[in-house]
Design a protein around this ligand. Structure first.
Ligand code: CA
Ligand code: CA
Ligand code: CA
Ligand code: CA
Length: 355
C-alpha cells in the first residue's frame, strides 16, 4: 500500500505539471481536475469536498485562486438541513423552509485565514449545528446562535497536526459532536464536553491505511457514530463502543469502484446510516441492516452530471436524508421517498455564485 501511495504522489505531481495539456476532467484519488475549453484549469474538487476555483483575465493570466466549500446541516435547529457556503473566511447560510432554500445571509466572518478544514456539527448539544475551522491541529468553534455564528473560540490545540482527515461526529452518544482525526489508519478522538474538546485518545489503529475516504456515521443505529473507510468499492466498518472503535469488518464490496463521491446518510429513515455513492449523475444506495450494507440499488440517475459538489442531508425534515448537488451557485434537491430519490428540483440560485 505504501508503494502504491508513493506512486499516487508521483501521479499527482505529473497531473499538476501537465495541467495545460488537458481539456477535460481528470479524477484522481478522489480529487477531480476540471479544465475549460481554453485548456485552463477551472477548478479542483478535493476529496474533502472543497472546491478550488481559478480565475483568469482576458489574456489568460491567473488572477486568483480561491477555495470554497459547500455543506449541509441544520444550523437553526428546526430539523431541516440548511445550505451553507464557506468562502474566504466567511460563512453564508441559506435556510431551508422544507420546500426551498431562502435568501443567503452572512452568519460569520473573520475565521482563520488559510484554514485546512471547515466543518459543521453540533458540538455543544443544543440542536443547532456549529461552525468549526481546523488549522494545523487547532480546532476553532463558532457556536450557532440560531441566526448567526458567534466569534470563534479555540476548543483544542495540538489535535491532528499533519493528519490526513478531520471529522466531526458524536462517537460516544452524549448528543455532542466530537473532534476526530485520521492518520494512516489511526483514529484519534477528542471528546466534546460542551465547552471544549478534551485530551485526545487513540480509538483505533490499522483501520484504513491507504484508504480513499474516511467517514463517520451511525451505521448500526445505537446513537454512537462509527468509523468507516472506503477503498475501491469496499466499505470497512469499525463500530463505536463509546470508548473506542471495535475491530473493523467488511460490510460490503463492489459498491462504488471508480465512483466520484462516497457518502453516509440515513436515506430510508430507519435510524441507521446507509452507504451511498455518486457517479456521473447516478446515485447508488446500499442500505444498512445494522450488521452490513445490503446489495446496492440505483436510486436516481441524471441528478448532477457535471456538478461541483454532491451532498446528503435531510432538507425537508421527514427523517430521510435527501440527495443534493451544487453547480455554480445553484442547489438542486432530489428528495428521498424511502425507496428512491424523487425527480430533482432547484431549491436555490445565486448561493455561492460570487465565486
Ligand atoms: Ca459526544
Ligand atoms: Ca453506532
Ligand atoms: Ca438507513
Ligand atoms: Ca428528507
Amino acid at each position: 500500500m505504501t508503494t502504491k501511495l508513493r506512486h499516487y504522489s508521483i501521479c499527482i505531481l505529473v497531473f499538476l505539471l501537465g495541467n495545460y495539456f488537458y481539456t477535460t476532467t481528470y479524477a484522481f484519488a478522489n480529487n477531480e481536475f476540471i479544465y475549460d475549453l481554453s485548456d485552463r484549469l477551472k477548478y479542483i474538487r478535493t476529496a474533502s469536498n472543497q472546491i478550488i476555483f481559478y480565475k483568469y483575465d482576458v489574456n489568460g493570466n491567473l488572477l486568483s485562486r480561491e477555495m470554497a466549500k459547500m455543506l449541509l446541516d441544520d444550523v437553526n435547529g428546526d430539523g431541516k438541513a440548511d445550505a451553507i457556503v464557506y468562502h474566504n473566511g466567511e460563512w453564508w447560510v441559506s435556510l431551508s423552509d422544507g420546500d426551498s432554500f431562502g435568501t443567503h445571509m452572512k452568519w460569520g466572518e473573520g475565521s482563520i485565514a488559510g484554514s485546512q478544514a471547515q466543518l459543521l456539527g453540533d458540538v455543544n448539544g443544543d440542536g443547532k449545528a456549529d461552525a468549526i475551522i481546523y488549522y494545523k491541529g487547532k480546532w476553532n468553534v463558532s457556536l450557532s446562535e440560531g441566526t448567526q455564528f458567534s466569534a470563534h473560540q479555540l476548543w483544542v490545540a495540538g489535535h491532528g497536526a499533519g493528519s490526513q482527515a478531520q471529522m466531526l461526529g458524536d462517537v460516544n452518544g452524549d448528543g455532542k459532536a466530537d473532534a476526530i482525526i485520521y492518520y494512516d489508519g489511526e483514529w484519534w478522538v477528542s471528546l466534546s464536553n460542551g465547552n471544549g474538546f478534551d485530551a485526545y485518545q487513540k480509538w483505533a489503529e490499522g483501520h484504513g491505511t491507504g484508504s480513499q475516504a474516511q467517514m463517520l456515521g451511525d451505521v448500526n443505529g445505537d446513537g454512537k457514530a462509527d468509523a468507516i473507510i472506503y477503498y475501491d468499492g469496499e466499505w470497512w466498518v469499525s463500530l463505536s463502543n463509546g470508548n473506542g472503535f471495535n475491530a473493523y469488518q467488511k460490510w460490503v464490496e463492489g459498491h462504488g469502484a471508480g465512483s466520484q463521491a462516497q457518502m453516509l446518510g440515513d436515506v430510508n429513515g430507519d435510524g441507521k446510516a446507509d452507504a451511498i455513492i455518486y457517479y456521473d449523475g447516478e446515485w447508488w444506495v446500499s442500505l444498512s441492516n445494522g450488521n452490513g450494507f445490503k446489495a446496492y440499488q440505483k436510486w436516481v440517475e441524471g441528478h448532477g452530471a457535471g456538478s461541483q459538489a454532491q451532498m446528503l442531508g435531510d432538507v425537508n425534515g421527514d427523517g430521510k436524508a435527501d440527495a443534493i448537488i451544487y453547480y455554480d451557485g445553484e442547489w438542486w434537491v432530489s428528495l428521498s421517498n424511502g425507496n428512491g430519490f424523487d425527480a430533482y428540483r432547484k431549491w436555490a440560485d445565486g448561493h455561492g455564485t460570487s465565486l
